[in-house]
Design a protein around this ligand. Structure first.
Ligand code: MN
Length: 363
């Protein structure tokens, strides 16, 4: 399938053939995965099919805005867990995967095999974990899965109301950073169409506003728990890496998104070349969010402690009761990330660590 037209007619055909439709986005759903899933649910409903959206994440782990959308739609949309899928799936069930194309990013795991037909709708690149299926539409040139789904609804003339328009617009708005990146003429066209269908930009923006308590939690984590380490002996441009942990109460449990946000936030400060935010997501399990730059490949560093990811964005889930030992290991392993830079390769770097800021308790 190469065009929205082909995708739309093939999807319509497959939905009509099916007994029931299961829709799943990536783990840790965001506005794009949930918005596009709701759009597809609406389409399945339109063809009088039983449909389910699979969200296997625990409620407490959901992002505030996504949880708000799920709460608002609970009466009209059937949300199910992975275990419900295993109970209900049959040979005529269809699975729609949206906003990801990777097996390891969806909650179904090996149970994916239970579906005879899997349809993938996505805008991310492929890798070894990509689901292999004849029904696949992956377009890296489209802003979001929500944009693709809005175009399908339009093409198939499936009616949708103002709330569905809102969720689709929220997905597009998230992935384009409020229409600042990755947009095309088609993105703007479809956004206008959603607004004509009753989408309200104020509502969409309010969904994106970080809840105040979440803001306070992350800010406090950063302010009280961040140390900045200096690497390399260059006086002009030392490499600086930040490490954020709740040092006063290290066993505190946060949602993994909190660590991601803390790591993202640290990268906004001038002079920070990489950031790590880590802490417990449950007893004995530490989540690490890592962000890097051209100077520091955090993918390599995360691999060294059992995580993974790409040079600029990586993470991991590590079993340990000693978070500070893990932090030390990360600090020591930063040299593995530095080795990526050609310039630095010629002259092996001696890592000279200097702690710029110590937290109150250590003083
Ligand atoms: Mn997306």
């Amino acid at each position: 399938m190469n065009t929205i037209k082909e995708l739309s007619s093939s999807l319509e055909q497959e939905i009509k053939k099916s007994s029931d439709i299961f829709i799943i986005g990536h783990n840790g759903p965001d506005f794009d995965s949930i918005g596009s899933a709701i759009g597809l649910y609406n389409m399945a409903n339109h063809y009088n099919k039983k449909a389910y959206i699979v969200v296997d994440d625990e409620d407490s782990k959901l992002e505030a805005g996504v949880k708000a959308i799920i709460d608002e739609t609970k009466d009209t949309i059937k949300y199910v867990k992975k275990s419900d899928v295993l109970e209900k799936v049959n040979s005529k069930s269809l699975l729609l995967v949206t906003d990801t194309n990777k097996k390891n990013m969806i909650a179904l795991g090996d149970s994916l095999d239970k579906f005879k037909r899997v349809f993938v709708i996505d805008h991310h690149g492929e890798d070894k974990n990509t689901i292999s299926t004849e029904y696949s539409y992956i377009d890296l040139g489209v802003s979001s899965a929500s944009e693709i789904v809005a175009r399908i609804l339009s093409y198939c003339k499936v009616p949708y109301d103002s709330s569905i328009s809102n969720y689709l617009l929220a997905g597009i708005s998230l992935d384009t950073k409020r229409f600042k990146i990755n947009t095309t003429d088609a993105t703007h066209d479809i956004a206008r169409r959603l607004i004509r269908h009753g989408a309200n930009i104020d509502y969409v923006n309010s969904l994106s506003l970080q809840a105040f308590d979440s803001y306070c939690r992350i800010s406090s984590l950063i302010i009280n728990g961040t140390v900045i380490m200096k690497y390399s002996e260059s006086l002009i441009a030392p490499i600086q890496v930040s490490f954020t942990i709740n040092r006063n109460a290290p066993s505190t449990i946060y949602a993994k998104e909190d660590y991601a946000k803390a790591a993202d936030q640290m990268m906004k400060f001038q002079g920070i070349d990489a950031s790590f935010a880590l802490g417990y997501v449950e007893e004995g399990i530490v989540h690490i969010s890592a962000r890097g730059t051209k100077k520091v490949n955090v993918g390599n560093i995360m691999k060294s402690v059992g995580g993974g990811g790409n040079p600029q964005s990586a993470g991991g889930r590590i079993k340990t009761d000693d978070i500070f030992a893990l932090e030390h290991q990360l600090m020591d392993n930063v040299s593995l990330g530095l080795a990526d830079s050609e310039e630095l390769k010629e002259e092996p770097i001696t890592v000279k660590v200097k702690q710029l800021k110590k937290n109150k308790k250590e003083k």
